[in-house]
Design a protein around this ligand. Structure first.
Ligand code: HEM
Length: 501
């Protein structure tokens, strides 16, 4: 009996110890979880804040997952938008003329785009500019521009061949070559091929762009102009004035030639001047642009129209150098669709895979990485949420293009085939999640021109050369208005014998 009691007592003690042990283990686990997920991160967070590091307030336990929040550029608050659904809600029903551009960028961008260009104007002015400019990008006009694009590209490729006839493969900096090529093309199709001053404008605009990129960018900080490099600012202003002067003299000569010979040469400036003449110079007319506005539009075409296209081609060559199977597929498609025929507006339209590749490239490396807008009226987002008039909005195009919730876990992979069954959105889960050319009424006016140019240049390069990445390439994409490779794109080029005309 006594031994039974002893056994029961021992069993009881064992059960109590087991309970205590389990409880202790759970307590330790709990404390460890609290320490790892809460105490330790808070300590690191406080430590970082004390050392001057900040950022948006996190929420426990998800951290910073919000895709819409407010941040500041100097003294200017911006609503950051990285969410397609939110973008749909703030943009549906809002007309193009009801969107403005943040005031804070006006001064900064003025030497490049002027304040009277389509990219900068607002309200009824924007409606007038858009109506005047859209016809210049019509199918008929684009067809005529294709010839200039082809000529300049073939000249560049001939020079590559000539300069490297004894070297195989030879190295080029594709970014530099493509930027020069698209700069030449845009100055021809903007200002007129036969006008010698076109070249001068091109050179000065390039110099201005370089000066502006060098300048200190304390955007939004009051009196920041006093901290800027004064010499650079003055140089940019001087270049700006010189460009205006040259453009003014080009416009004068072209106006006379249109009046006297009815010859508009088919370039953008010529087409806008012809539309002006048809309105008999009456500035109250719907589609009429003043001389000042024409100067600013010409600058906008140059800046908006060559860097973006050059970069979409540059990133394409990088990705095709890394994905030789796609380089081969595109070359085969060109052979099947165009064969020995002419490379022109109609023939390149049949290059489906090239369309997928272009979309996939501008998804992964968006030449215009963000879109900035300003509300010109209150926008009701939901019952108790209004974005007040005058609010700056920053739409993160790159962020949405790399969001696995929108594209799936293969979001960072180069997979042009995602556009096979969904040519426009590539299977993106939200229609407003893929906006490389903007959205609504203010969508890029030059997107068809850019697509045409992309296809012509890429077709001619692929037909005449195969290429691989040079060991000298250093991957370092950087954003300064556009997304570009910091150290250029060195490629090793190998000539292919057959050529297209
Ligand atoms: C890959 C090439 C290009 C890309 C990615 C691109 C992208 C964009 C984006 C994101 C916008 C802003 C739209 C918005 O606010 O929602 C825009 C506007 C604009 N783009 Fe482009 N662009 C390209 C090529 C071109 C070309 C070739 C031209 C002209 C020759 C051009 C002229 C313009 C103009 C004038 C606007 C202002 C439109 C307005 O506010 O009504 N772009 N572009």
């Amino acid at each position: 009996m006594e031994s039974l009691n002893k056994l029961i007592t021992q069993a009881l003690w064992f059960a109590i110890l087991l309970l205590l042990g389990t409880f202790g283990a759970f307590l330790l686990l709990f404390l460890r979880v609290i320490y790892c997920w809460w105490i330790s991160p808070i300590r690191v967070y406080r430590n970082l804040r004390e050392n001057g590091f900040g950022g948006p307030t996190p929420s426990f336990p998800l951290g910073n997952t919000r895709k819409v929040f407010v941040y500041w550029l100097g003294t200017e608050p911006f609503v950051y938008v990285g969410d397609g659904e939110f973008l749909r809600r703030i943009s549906s029903g809002v007309a193009g003329k009801s969107w403005g551009k943040p005031n804070v960028f006006r001064k900064d961008r003025e030497p490049m785009f002027g304040i009277n260009s389509l990219a900068m104007v607002e309200g009824e002015h924007w409606v007038r500019h858009r109506r005047a400019i859209t016809p210049a990008f019509s199918k008929t006009n684009l067809k005529a521009m294709a010839w200039s694009m082809k000529e300049s590209t073939n000249n560049m490729l001939d020079q590559w061949t000539l300069a490297n006839s004894n070297i195989s493969p030879f190295e080029i900096d594709a970014e530099r070559e493509l930027t020069a090529l698209t700069g030449e093309i845009i100055s021809k199709i903007s200002f007129g091929i036969s006008y010698e001053n076109g070249q001068k404008v091109f050179e000065k605009l390039k110099a201005l762009q370089a000066e502006l990129f060098k300048s200190n960018r304390l955007v939004g900080v009051p009196f920041s102009e006093f901290f800027m490099n004064r010499k650079q600012t003055l140089k940019a202003q001087k270049l700006g004035k010189e460009i205006d002067q040259i453009l003014l003299s080009i416009i004068d000569t072209r106006r006379k030639s249109i009046k006297e010979e009815n010859n508009c040469q088919g370039d953008l400036l010529g087409l806008l001047l012809k539309a002006n003449e048809e309105n008999n110079g009456d500035e109250s007319m719907d589609k009429m642009l003043t001389i000042r506005e024409l100067i600013d539009e010409s600058k906008t075409f140059f800046f908006g129209g060559h860097d973006t296209t050059a970069l979409s081609l540059t990133w394409t060559l990088l990705l095709l150098a890394l994905n030789q199977d796609w380089q081969t597929q595109l070359r085969e498609e060109i052979r099947d669709v165009i064969g020995d025929g002419e490379v022109n507006f109609t023939s390149i339209a049949g290059l489906k895979k090239m369309g997928w590749v272009m979309n996939e490239v501008i998804r992964l490396y968006s030449p215009a990485p963000n879109i900035q807008r300003q509300t010109r009226e209150d926008i009701k987002v939901e019952e108790n949420m209004v974005i007040p008039k005058g609010t700056n909005i920053w739409i993160d195009v790159v962020g949405m293009n790399h969001d696995p919730c929108l594209w799936g876990n293969d979001v960072n992979e180069f997979k042009p085939q995602r556009f096979e069954n969904d040519v426009v959105y590539g299977g993106c889960k939200h229609k407003m999640g893929f906006v490389p050319f903007g959205f609504g009424g203010r969508m890029c006016v030059g997107r068809n021109l850019s697509t045409l140019e992309y296809r012509i240049i890429l077709t001619l390069i692929l037909t005449r050369f195969s290429f691989t990445l040079s060991p000298n390439y250093r991957h370092s994409p950087s954003t300064l208005l556009t997304l570009r490779p910091t150290y250029g794109l060195p490629l090793l080029m190998q000539p292919i014998s057959a050529t297209h005309t």
